[in-house]
Write a protein that binds this ligand. Sequence first.
Ligand SMILES: Cc1cc2nc3c(=O)[nH]c(=O)nc-3n(C[C@H](O)[C@H](O)[C@H](O)COP(=O)(O)O)c2cc1C
Length: 396
Amino acid sequence: MTVPLIFQPLKIRNTVLPNRMVVSPLCMYSAIDGVAQPWHFAHLSTFARGQAGLVFTEATAVEARGRITPQCLGIWTDEQADALTPVTAFIESMGCIAGIQLAHAGRKASTRAPFVERGGSPITSSNAAEGETPWPTVAPSALAVAEGWPEPQALNSIDLQQVKQAFVDAARRALQAGFKVIELHMAHGYLLHSFLSPLGNQREDQYGGNLENRMRFPLEVTEAVREVWPESLPLFVRISAIDGRENGWNLDDSVAFSRKLNEAGVDVIDCSSGGIGGAPRFRSDDTGKPLTRESAREPGFQVPFSRRIKAETDIKTMAVGVIVDPHQAEEILQSGGADLVALGREIMYDPFWPLHAAEALEADVDFKMWPKQYAWAVDRRAQVKAFNAKSRGQTR
Ligand SMILES: Cc1cc2nc3c(=O)[nH]c(=O)nc-3n(C[C@H](O)[C@H](O)[C@H](O)COP(=O)(O)O)c2cc1C
């Protein structure tokens, strides 16, 4: 019996992912001063118990002003890195790989966590009573995200060096904390995406204007991180493959950018979309026509982006977005849609998704993948299956 692709290991550089199921970065808005809490340990370790091959942290800010909300994880201090060490150690102890998404929210920083009043919108001085004060945001150009958002400060050339250094320092700390994969967040309208998109970048220096100039700063950050990130370890980049807006970043740009990232030592392009003008609004086409929430988010709606980048470049890709069913996930891999599949909401709903996928695909994978402490559960499961099969037989 052949092992489904989703259960086959994938070697990237000298790092072997035990399978091709990845936990997509998922903000938890539960850190204190950027420091991981027991919640983060419980949340991330659950996915390793569930045997996802690669488990990413949420967007982890490289500097304080780059947090989306005051409750986001950070890695601009040693204390923050140390708090993540038990997480990476546990993930590794389960035979899985720990990854960190390094991020800077740019002009989309200083917002309220989604589950409080006015969630997702900018913090204002009226939130002082709740202990939240807004902080100044930064961007390629002094352009607000949308109406009602504050005008960010345009970064000058000295600021750019500081931001780049913050990414480099964060990568060094991530290594110390035991992470084996870094993903640079260049999607969803955050700082590095807003350099790429003409809708966020109207600079007149060498970092703005044509495509080559708009790619320059994100590529400089990539090269600087690659320099300190060991040769043996993989580097991923998450992009918004399309802005989905008129005159925005499009899929041709993403193909060109992926080639450049490949040259800069990136191993995997993680293909998301949208977000340049407001909350991440994922997109399935770049016509700019308004989409309903439902039409924009059909199962696998972002797979075509991953498929095209994979077909037209020499870089590996990861597909994400409403990948919910094991057969669907396997088909994406089998048909060349991606090298890896990432799951977000579905794996939060079912952290044991990989193990359930093995069952659904009748895969010849060793159920010893279950934590040994849970061996009784596997025995019990086999009994239940046998019992169900028997009672089905009796009712026929
Ligand atoms: C609660 C939540 C938090 C998220 N946080 C992040 C994040 O930190 N970084 C990121 O790139 N995407 C983030 N996303 C997007 C997911 O990683 C993923 O791309 C998206 O949810 C689509 O995949 P899904 O349909 O499997 O959920 C988040 C999504 C959700 C639902």
